[in-house]
Write a protein that binds this ligand. Structure first.
Ligand code: AMP
Ligand code: MG
Length: 329
């Protein structure tokens, strides 16, 4: 069973692959930021300064959102050194609260103490947390414990801390995309750690995005058998395959169910979400991992904002199941 999972992991890990960078005037550069890799593809005249400019945009986002950087705005807020919310942080906090409301609390950026407790944060060892400790830590976890007043965060308990890892990459994609728009580069594809925003076209055709689906052989990882065109939309994937540990044969992954305070155990291996913006796609992808395929589909049958659509890949015995909503391309 585990071997099968590993094949699936490899093949869904990238989840989104990009194709078509060889057309005329199609330019690409890449780098690392937010603990992952990024690539920017755009159509137009060469712009030598652009990689540095994009890098600066990303360093700024890191300086606001990274819990791995002790000087970041969020780290200072977590230590209680400041309550002031820079505009980006406030915007992302507002969106996080909205996604939390819409998903019945499945998405929760205040569960940072729990991610640390399980060793998925910036410190500590990945290990099974005792129930008694989970219960005591849960007392200072929950969006109900924070509010925003006059661009400042108000905490009901000083031990409340924030973790935007589930949304920051998507937000960074949007930031870079907006930066490129602002420079008049309308045709572009921004990808950070598998989260993507596609704008305009690639020489008149929508950008092509591929969801890598599982195959029996590792070679299959090179191919995506599900490719769709995307323009003016974002895609983000959440999964339990990259960041996890095993103890006594049980697999514990980095997505925490706020209702239990424990890593979510389910047959759902990955969720890919399309949306009008990448921050929302990123946040909902994480929330859907918590809700599971059925719970998420029930929400999607109702009305969700941002034109959300989703594709779920679940383990199904020795095989796996792929389900997608109507508005998923
Ligand atoms: P993602 O890869 O976008 O799904 O983000 C996963 C990361 O978000 C984890 O490594 C945690 O830092 C954090 N996280 C885990 N569970 C949740 C949750 N239920 N709501 C919000 N953030 C979470
Ligand atoms: Mg996410």
């Amino acid at each position: 069973m585990m071997k099968k999972y590993l094949v699936l992991i490899l093949l869904t890990a990238g989840a989104v692959s990009l194709s078509g960078c060889r057309g005329r005037n199609v330019r690409r550069f890449a780098g690392t930021a937010l603990g992952t890799t990024y690539s920017i593809t755009y159509v137009g005249a060469p712009d030598k300064g652009l990689p540095d400019e994009v890098d600066s945009v990303l360093r700024m986002v890191e300086g606001e959102f990274s819990i791995f950087d002790s000087n970041s705005a969020v780290s200072k807020i977590n230590r209680g050194e400041t309550a002031a919310l820079p505009p980006d942080l406030e915007a992302v906090l507002n969106l996080s609260q909205q996604v939390s409301r819409l998903t019945g609390g499945a998405f929760d950026c205040t569960l940072h103490p729990l991610t640390e407790l399980w060793g998925f944060g910036h410190q500590g060892r990945k290990q099974v947390a005792p129930a008694s400790v989970i219960d005591s830590v849960k007392r200072f976890v929950g969006f109900g414990l924070i509010s925003v007043e006059n661009h400042r965060i108000v905490k009901a308990d000083p031990r409340v801390t924030l973790d935007f890892n589930a949304i920051a990459k998507g937000f960074a994609v949007d930031k870079v995309s907006q930066y490129l728009e602002g420079k008049g580069i309308a045709d572009h594809l921004v990808e950070i750690g598998g989260e993507v925003m596609a704008c305009g076209t690639k020489n008149g055709r929508p950008w092509k995005i591929g969801i890598q689906t599982p195959t029996e052989t590792a070679d299959g990882a090179l191919e995506s058998d599900y490719v769709f065109g995307l323009s003016g939309r974002a895609v983000a994937t959440s999964g339990d395959y990259r960041n996890y540990f095993e103890s006594d044969g049980v697999r514990y992954a980095h997505i925490i169910d706020p209702s239990t305070g424990r890593p979510k155990q389910s047959k759902l291996l990955s969720v890919t979400v399309v949306a009008d913006n990448c921050a929302a796609a990123d946040a909902f992808a994480t929330a859907f991992m918590v809700l599971g395929a059925d719970g998420s589909k029930a929400l999607l049958d109702g009305r969700l904002p941002y034109g959300i659509g989703a594709c779920f890949i679940s383990a199904d015995g020795k095989s796996f199941r792929i389900e997608r909503t109507e508005n998923f391309p």
